[in-house]
Design a protein around this ligand. Structure first.
Ligand code: MCN
Ligand code: CUN
Length: 782
């Protein structure tokens, strides 16, 4: 491994010094004097009316300090809170419970064990109601109405949304030589970070300031939401996001437990910690996907793809709590035309309520691009199946060509840059595609099942632009502040928030590259609203596209300030100075330079500066991106399937990613490794399943399976580099690419393996039972 002392390039992660020694500070490590502990009582029913709640016995417990119910909160006008999608969600249920695991009462006690014990003393009288579990039944005439709290509500419909040109798509389909159709489900899954969600809330009665240490990917957005919900001014609220043990989208929203910890602190006058356990995390926090999709693809007989038509039924659970920009109720599903050159496309999405946990994005989703990529990549393979064509050949024929960029998509997106054929060829070469097909032919003759799956994806990451994208009215921009100390050491303050992505390293590298100082001389501060500039945080792989851009800009601003100081030092006009990494020098006189460290010190000295120049190098910036960045990639997966047991073994996985310029290649590869493992998890083993009464069947890691090293091959990575034309260093996001791109590659490989049985499609997760059923011609329905 090489180490680059300055600038971009692989260097070990600074934060690992504390993480691998167990020295991180996570929310549950925060301990305050006099701190109390909260525990949440949750509904055992998916749908039930609450007749009464008796908390007298819990209150009488000697260690209990407070018991909150929906009624207590209603008195404070806090029983309901706004969701990120403009709906409301019960903090503690007042009228009904609407999913199993919903929050009903909150106990604050002197220790965790007493708080848990006291939950058992609460007596809730439930009147069970029929539950809506299957989204396909949600709009039935006789379906129970879940959200009768909303005025005038007589059904479970949330929204209808469409994109593309319906008339143009219908015309293409009416005349197309070939139309292939497929229903498919992207099952409900969960981001399942190792650290569950929690908060320590402390309202200081003297200063009136509320401090919340909490698991959040977006501290500033959370602060504004607390301000709105609690009616406190923002400067009286401080959100601290300490080390985060994985987010994967799970920590974007605000959960009832956080609000209860805050109210618990207000009521008791003490700090209150609430930390959910694994089952609570899996059962009640943001799920992901749950998209029932019907896709149609039109093409010529020789495989020129002409159009796509898609209908989606989106299961949003009991409260519409999905996190995505306001104008996009289906997230960025609108990029479902993927990486292909086609004539017309149309899609409609209908969102419905069901008696399941709220949420809807999360799990490295790029705002629903995961679902979109899965849909189009399965459809292309279904078309290849119907045409009897090689799936690599079919993609080759239809991928966008480099000269089409910037490419205006059929659904209104502008792909910034790409060289798709090169990425595909690189992946096929690395995989040895022709050789694999030859091996597969031989194996098939011997009756062995081997499959080769390809996927090609395009993502749109880095939300803003602000004029198109906001969350609850907050435009999607980010700030950065760079302070340079007299000795030339620097502090970068950011609005985004690492959950394991290595920001303390890569953002230091960005500054180091711009200023020509060692990355170790740059301290990165994030995750504390009192110490960082406003911005919308980390999700949708937006940190590099947005915060990364503003970091480069603020460092360049510092460099320009340094130029003015250097010109005073050297007694020449700033125009006569030239920059070389780490120093300004007089053009034509290399020896004349001043290093950035010398300049920083001079800026704080008695050096005479032009009147309009303050005496330091510090700068701030806000960045409102002009467009998203569009990373892409080509994946090839090779599987062996045991026909007798239905067991799938992923034997090889080749991933060629293009995220433009890479700041730290090692970190980028780590992001890709993680995402590829996610893909194996979703494709082969993960689903949040429910029985017909709405009982959650995946409340532990015994039932909801995470992939381990045993299920993963040794990843084979390749790369191409197509810079983003509008990002200051040409970087695009990478944090979700592999999670987005890998599930269809795995599924396509398994379906390819099952070709001798005539299998054309089967839904994820392709567990041994699902594979076996598909082989029997009776695909499982989740
Ligand atoms: N990077 C780089 N060069 C690039 C692009 C990125 O060196 N061209 C680096 C970045 O500087 C950063 C990392 O790679 O250190 C990821 O960057 P980016 O793609 O900008 O993604 P974010 O930092 O915004 O991270 C969010 C993304 C999301 S949305 C999910 S979900 C997810 C993911 O990151 N959650 C993760 N990866 C995760 N990785 C870990 N370990 N933990 C999570 O919770
Ligand atoms: Cu959608 S999961 Mo990530 O954007 O935090």
């Amino acid at each position: 491994m090489t180490t680059a002392p300055v600038g971009h390039g692989t260097m070990l992660r600074k934060e690992d010094a504390r993480f691998i020694r167990g020295r991180g500070t996570y929310v549950d490590d925060v301990t305050l004097p006099g701190m109390l502990y909260g525990a949440m009582l949750r509904s055992p029913y998916a749908h039930a009316r609450i007749a009464s709640i008796d908390i007298s016995a819990a209150r009488a417990h000697p260690k209990v300090r407070a018991v909150l119910t929906g009624d207590t909160l209603a008195g404070l006008n806090l029983a309901w809170m706004p969701t990120l999608s403009g709906d409301v969600q019960a903090v503690l249920a007042t009228d009904k419970v609407r999913f199993q695991g919903q929050e009903v009462a909150f106990v604050v006690a002197e220790d965790r064990y007493a708080a848990r014990d006291a939950l058992e003393l609460i007596d809730v009288d439930y009147e069970p109601l029929p539950a809506v579990i299957d989204a396909r039944q949600a709009l039935a005439e006789d379906a129970p109405v879940i959200r009768d709290d909303l005025e005038g509500r007589t059904d479970n419909h949330i929204f209808d949304w469409e994109t593309g040109d319906k008339a143009a798509a219908d015309e293409v389909f009416a005349t197309a030589e070939v139309v292939s159709k497929q229903d498919m489900l992207y099952p409900r899954v969960h981001p399942a970070p190792l650290e569950t969600c929690g908060a320590v809330a402390h309202l200081d009665k003297v200063t009136g300031k509320l401090t919340v240490w909490t698991t959040t990917q977006a501290p500033h957005a959370h602060r504004t939401l607390y301000a709105i919900v609690a009616g406190l001014p923002e400067h009286k609220i401080r959100i601290i996001s300490p080390d985060i043990g994985g987010g994967f989208g799970n920590k974007v929203g605000i959960y009832p437990g956080y609000v209860c910890a805050v109210v618990g602190s207000i009521v008791t006058g003490k700090p209150v910690k609430w930390m959910e356990d694994r089952s609570e995390n899996l059962m009640s926090t943001s799920f992901a996907r749950d998209y029932h999709m019907h896709g149609e693809i039109a093409s010529t007989r020789d495989g020129k793809i002409l159009g796509l038509r898609v209908q989606v039924l989106a299961d949003h659970g009991a409260f519409n709590g999905t996190a995505q920009p306001t104008k996009f109720p289906a997230g960025f599903f609108g990029v479902f035309t993927g990486s292909y050159d086609l004539t017309a496309a149309h899609c409609s999405v209908t969102g419905v309520y069901t008696n399941k946990a709220p949420g809807g994005v999360a799990y490295a989703c790029s705002f629903r691009i995961t679902e979109a990529v899965y849909l189009v990549e399965r459809l292309v393979d279904v078309l290849a199946f119907d045409l009897g064509m090689d799936p690599a050949e079919l993609r080759r024929k239809n991928l966008l060509r480099p000269e089409q960029f910037p490419y205006p998509s059929r659904t209104g997106w502008e792909y910034d840059s790409g060289d798709y054929p090169r990425a595909l060829e690189t992946a096929l070469d690395l995989a040895g595609y022709a050789g694999l097909r030859a091996e597969q032919r031989e194996k098939r003759e011997r009756g062995e099942l081997m499959g080769i799956g390809i996927s090609f994806f395009t993502e749109a990451v880095g939300a803003g632009p602000r004029k198109h994208m906001d969350i609850l009215g907050l435009g999607m921009a980010d700030g950065a502040e760079l302070r340079v100390h007299p000795t030339g050491k620097a502090v970068l303050r950011l609005s985004c928030q690492s959950q394991g992505q290595g920001h303390e390293t890569t953002f230091a590298q960005l500054v180091a590259e711009q200023l020509g100082i060692p990355p170790d001389d740059v301290d990165v501060v994030h995750g504390d609203t009192d110490q960082t500039p406003f911005g919308l945080g980390t999700y949708g792989s937006r940190s590099t596209p947005v915060s990364g851009a503003v970091t480069v800009m603020v460092a360049r601003k510092v460099r320009e300030r340094a130029r003015i100081v250097a010109s005073a030092m050297l007694e020449v006009s700033p125009d006569d100075l030239e920059w070389e990494k780490g120093r300004w020098f007089v053009r034509g006189d290399q020896a004349s330079g001043r290093t950035i460290q010398e300049i920083a010190l001079a800026a704080h000295s008695d050096l005479e500066l032009p009147e309009d120049v303050e005496g330091h190098l510090d700068a701030t910036c806000v960045y409102n991106p002009p467009n998203l960045t569009y990373p892409f990639g080509a994946y090839v997966c090779v599987v062996d399937v045991d026909a007798g047991t239905g067991q799938v073994k992923v034997r090889r996985f080749v991933a060629v990613d293009d995220c433009g310029v890479r700041i730290n290649p090692m970190i980028v590869e780590g992001q890709i490794h993680g995402g590829l493992a996610d893909g194996i998890g979703m494709a082969l083993m993960q689903v949040m399943a429910f029985d017909e009464d709405g009982n959650h069947l995946g409340g532990s890691f015994m039932d909801y399976l995470l992939p381990t090293a045993k299920e993963c091959p040794s990843w084979e990575l390749g790369e191409t580099v197509t810079p983003s034309p509008h990002h200051p260093i040409g970087a695009k996001g990478i944090g979700e690419s592999a999670t987005v791109g890998s599930p269809p590659a795995v599924v396509n490989a398994v379906i390819d393996a099952l070709r001798p049985y005539g299998v054309r499609h089967a839904d994820m997760p392709l567990t041994p039972a699902a594979v076996w059923s598909a082989v029997q011609g009776r695909p499982l329905r989740t």
